[in-house]
Ligand binder design. Structure first.
Ligand code: HEM
Length: 355
């Protein structure tokens, strides 16, 4: 069969290879295959890397994954930066990454609209239906980003009203830490900080507090923590675009979808409560949700049923939780650890914050 379709020269070459002894045959194949694979590999990276910043070469399909420590990504990046400079490029999985390692460069990029794009991952699109702030781009993104930032400012973010919320949460944190100090078992403080951050975000977005031991609030906290910690499916989708369509079929991904849908329905119920409180346009908004309800009614009167649709508000609120909880809680945890290691910083911060 093979012989019929090969040109005559190749047939005679194949004949000579096939007629050799078994050892010679394997040797001939290996001798031809190794340079061919190396050549293809070099060609592949040369074509991919022509216009890219410098960076380390990885393996086909998996890129630099074998050289990457997922638990200490920053150390991996630091090593790459030391060798290749402030802007580097490499593949992780089959996705190209461009990494910035300089603060001024990052600041410049974050201020530039050209870099405001987001990866259009199938799983994220399925979960977000292209709504919200974090995973969207273009007109919808800028509209909602602007409105939510303005609302946070109007509600006195980092001013009197939020200081009061923070004070209340500090009371609970101190109580938990005091209890832990008298106990002999070590405690994980991150959970306490996550609860505190979430409580403040709940108040800012949904206009009321939950008791710390409220079962539904505890479930919401647990799911948010789980989503942030167990990013396996999200990571796999991000690193292997070619297998993305199959990842959504894995049971693990359906558990992510299930958890996110639970959070959506929790927020939907809360919005419905706020809609009852916001009787008409004369009712003064008390939280981000109220402002959105006002905007939604205004837009609908003008015939726009898209920009402020309910799911858009659900996503914006959920994303405040996802973006604000872990970042804030881990910053506080890090500060605590830093002060434990450097008592002189602790003393200095205590003196400078005492009126
Ligand atoms: C120490 C605490 C925090 C840190 C270190 C932090 C850091 C960041 C960073 C680096 C970004 C990406 C910026 C970009 O891509 O343009 C971001 C985006 C965002 N953050 Fe924070 N953040 C913190 C707290 C918060 C809090 C408390 C909230 C909400 C209450 C929040 C809400 C958001 C939102 C909604 C975005 C998406 C903005 C967008 O895509 O346009 N963050 N944050």
């Amino acid at each position: 069969m093979l012989r019929q379709i090969l040109p005559s020269q190749l047939v005679s070459l194949a004949d000579s290879v096939f007629s050799q002894s078994d050892g010679n045959y394997k040797k001939a194949i290996a001798t031809a295959a190794i340079p061919a694979a190396l050549g293809a590999y070099v060609l592949y990276y040369w074509r991919q890397g022509r216009d890219l910043p410098p960076g380390p070469v990885g393996l086909p399909l998996i890129g630099r994954l074998p050289w990457t420590d997922p638990k200490n990504l920053h150390l991996t990046m630091q090593k790459v930066a030391e060798k290749y400079g402030d802007i580097t490029s490499f593949y992780l999985g089959s996705r190209l990454f461009i990494v910035l390692n300089s603060y001024p460069m990052m600041k410049e990029m974050l201020d530039d609209y050209n870099f405001a794009g987001r990866p259009r991952l199938r799983l994220f699109l399925k979960l977000t239906r292209d709504c919200g702030i974090i995973f969207t781009e273009g007109y919808m993104w800028s509209q909602h980003r602007r409105l939510s930032l303005r609302t946070l400012r109007d509600f006195g973010f980092a001013r009197a009203q939020t200081v009061e919320m923070v004070d209340d949460q500090l009371d609970s944190i101190f109580q938990t830490l005091d209890e832990a100090a008298t106990s002999v078992t070590p405690m994980e403080v991150l959970g306490t900080f996550i609860l505190a951050s979430n409580s403040i975000i709940t108040e800012m977005t949904l206009g009321h507090r939950f008791e710390r031991n409220d079962p539904e609030f505890q479930k919401v906290n647990k799911l948010i923590k789980k989503l942030l910690e167990e990013g396996i499916v999200q990571t796999a989708s991000a690193l292997f675009p070619a297998v993305e369509r199959f990842i959504v079929l894995f049971p693990l991904s359906s558990s992510v979808v299930h958890d996110v849908e639970y959070l959506h329905s929790f927020i939907r119920k809360e919005i419905q409560q706020r809609e009852k409180v916001m009787v008409d346009e004369s009712t003064e908004p008390e939280c981000l949700c109220d402002v959105y309800i006002h905007e939604k009614r205004k837009a609908e009167k003008a015939g726009d049923f898209e920009t402020f649709k309910e799911f858009q508000l659900i996503r914006v609120i959920l994303e405040f939780f996802l973006a604000g909880t872990d970042t804030t809680a881990r910053s506080i945890e890090w500060l605590l650890l830093y002060m434990a290691f450097y008592p002189e910083v602790q003393t200095e911060s205590r003196t400078s914050s005492t009126p």
